[in-house]
Design a protein around this ligand. Structure first.
Ligand code: NAP
Length: 283
């Protein structure tokens, strides 16, 4: 059976094996998809071993996406500009091809939700690996992006990476208030910080919250994330966590490996209802 995997550390709680099992069931493709917990200093050797043992492709998650970018022989534009890789496959000529499907997965989810148009003005909170990975697809779609991050230099780095594609703004948190004072409105606020993981919300002024803004948190958990709770408590009606992005980015990875795009709609609905039992799915 064709072998695929997700590499990360920690990896115990990854939902990727279940999502890929559902895609395989739906499309009739036989694949074995496993989790591999990689020691922090052993990423590249683990990948070599995996391919030598018959592996055909893998997803890469925290904290290895930047390291994965460095070991690839060929890169898609999404991976090249974002300098991070979340999906790899071995080509017929035994080269490692790297892609980043996080951005295109997020864009697809934002389209599913009717949150985005090509003219959307996006405020992106955070400048870590996830933010770096999503910018390419959003600017290619046409959106304008302003990045605000706790560490300003990290936001400036992202601006630099994409300067040949589109100008991205970056602001210090204290300057965000001036922006708002100058009547700059954001259509979508995307929380790409990891603050929700610790029960926090990013340090941003309440005045960015307008009732008609769309708020999206890349993080997901049972119930609304702290950021989304905060948005709702200040009158925002349209919110979403990142579960749809997770499933859509997996679908693009599946497509890269098998050339077939799974239908994600039913899977996203079931996940949002917290039904994870594979036997309850009918396609
Ligand atoms: N739905 C999906 O498919 C998907 C995919 C990828 C990631 N994610 C989620 O996206 C989030 C970010 O992941 P990542 O890989 O980018 O992590 P990362 O590389 O560690 O970056 C973390 C980012 O969050 C900021 N941050 C951390 N704690 C903060 C706080 N208390 N207040 C304000 N900013 C804070 C950091 O700011 P500094 O630069 O100042 O340190 C940095 O910009 C995580 O929650 C992850 O689960 C979801």
């Amino acid at each position: 059976m064709k072998l695929f995997a997700v590499f990360g550390n920690p990896i115990k709680h990854s939902k990727s094996p279940v999502i890929h099992k559902l895609f395989a069931k739906q499309t009739g493709i036989l694949q074995n998809y496993i989790k591999i917990n990689v020691p922090i200093n052993n990423f590249s050797q683990s990948i070599i071993n995996f391919f030598q043992n018959g592996g055909l492709g893998a997803n890469i998650t925290v904290p290895f996406k930047k390291e994965a970018y460095k070991i690839c022989d060929i890169l898609t534009n999404r991976a090249k500009y974002s300098r991070t890789v979340n999906t790899i496959k071995i080509t017929n000529s035994k080269k490692i091809l790297g892609d980043n499907t996080d951005g295109i997965g997020l864009l697809k989810d934002l389209k599913n939700l009717n949150f985005i148009t090509s003219k959307s003005n996006i405020l992106l909170l955070g400048a870590g690996g996830a933010a770096q990975g999503i910018v390419y697809s959003l600017i290619k779609f046409g959106c304008n992006i302003t990045i605000v991050n706790r560490t300003y230099q990290h936001a400036k780095n992202i601006v630099q990476y994409f300067k040949n594609i589109k100008k991205i703004n970056c602001l210090k948190i204290e300057h965000l208030l001036n922006h708002l004072f100058n009547q700059i409105n954001y259509d979508i606020i995307i929380n790409a910080t990891s603050s929700s993981m610790k029960g926090d919300i990013p340090n941003i002024p309440l005045s960015i919250i307008k009732p008609n803004v769309f708020c999206y948190d890349l993080f997901y958990e049972n119930g609304n994330t702290p950021f989304l709770k905060w948005c709702v408590s200040h009158g925002v009606k349209n919110i979403s966590d990142g579960i749809g992005m997770l499933i859509e980015q997996a679908a693009y990875a599946f497509y890269l490996w098998h050339g077939i795009m799974p239908d994600t709609k039913k899977i996203i609905i079931q996940y949002k209802k917290k039904i994870f039992d594979i036997n309850h799915f009918s396609f």
